[in-house]
Ligand binder design. Sequence first.
Ligand SMILES: [Zn+2]
Length: 65
Amino acid sequence: MPKDGAAKDGAAKEAAKKEEAVPVVYKCLRCGASWEETYNPADGPIELTCKKCKSNSVRRLKKQA
Ligand SMILES: [Zn+2]
């Protein structure tokens, strides 16, 4: 089954990826505030809330190396 194969491949790829926190930049689309934090992909999707205005219109950006 091609569907199963794709899922298995995806899972293997995920497992091979090291789970470690990465520095990211959060930017609030509402008030424009931005701040740095570490994000651990192992934590799964987390709720993003602006530290300043409590809006959840926050984007997570990859920090430029
Ligand atoms: Zn904000």
